[in-house]
Design a protein around this ligand. Structure first.
Ligand code: PXP
Length: 242
């Protein structure tokens, strides 16, 4: 099975918000990502709206031609938003205002009753429901019991492993979780911190269907697009002088 790629365009919106201007537009980035071969566009509408806005989400729903995946906290406000916008998929993530990015998986074991309700509500709206979890057997079982269609395995610890041994251990946890999840009948996705160097071994895990990757792709785009962007500005300056 070909691994699928969901491109997370939040980081494009972060650049826009840093200046409070209209560009770069994550909607335009999503169009280009699809032209480049993305199977899905992923966005995280955070409670503090630090990058993606409601406007982005609503326009993306109209423009995305592949699949739209909404990462969201399992709270009432986001459930209503998802129900209105109807993304193809929703991924339940933990959210803390102070964090730089999503720092750990959702604790499904300790919150199973409320997560079960959220899963049922979203699935009722025809939305595929995923839960972002650490690669742990009890979280997998709880996600299955909560009624999720999929889990997204948090690859952050693997990506941040301080040495080869720790990385090998984290990889093994991902392999075991992917296999165990598939046995439960869950679709297995993975993401967080994956880049052009560390993605190889995780991408080789056959059970993982979909990878959601953002920061490294946007960071790469800044560099691969730099020459062209500078050339255009040089030409614009020259043109202005006639
Ligand atoms: N998947 C989930 C659930 C996330 O929260 C994030 C970060 O927004 C990603 C994937 C993408 O992570 P990164 O930007 O590090 O590639």
């Amino acid at each position: 099975m070909r691994p699928k790629l969901g491109v997370n365009v939040d980081h494009v919106a972060t650049l826009r918000q840093a200046r409070g201007v209209q560009y770069p537009d994550p909607v335009a980035a999503a169009v280009l990502a699809e032209i480049g071969g993305a199977d899905q566009i992923t966005v995280h509408l955070r409670e503090d709206r630090r990058h993606i806005s409601e406007r982005d989400l609503k326009i993306l729903r109209q423009t995305v031609r592949t699949r739209l995946n909404l990462e969201m906290a399992a709270v009432q406000e986001m459930c209503s938003m998802a129900y209105d916008v109807r993304p193809d998929a929703a991924c339940l993530v933990p959210e803390r205002r102070q964090e730089l990015t999503t720092e750990g998986g959702l604790n499904v074991v300790d919150n199973i009753e409320s997560i079960k309700k959220t899963c049922a509500f979203l699935r009722d709206g025809g939305i595929e429901v995923s839960i972002f979890i650490d690669p742990e057997a009890d979280q997998l079982r709880a996600s299955h019991r909560a009624g999720a269609n999929c889990v997204e395995l948090h690859t952050g610890k693997y990506c941040d492993a301080p040495n080869a041994r720790a990385r090998a251990e984290e990889l093994e946890r991902l392999v075991d979780a992917a296999k165990a999840g598939r046995k439960l009948g869950l679709k297995i996705n993975a993401g967080h911190g994956l880049n052009y160097h560390n993605v190889y071994d995780v991408a080789a895990i056959e059970e993982i269907e979909e990878f959601n990757i953002g920061h490294s792709i946007v960071a790469r785009a800044v560099l691969t697009g730099m020459e062209e962007a500078v050339r255009e500005m040089v030409e614009t300056l020259r043109y202005a002088r006639g």
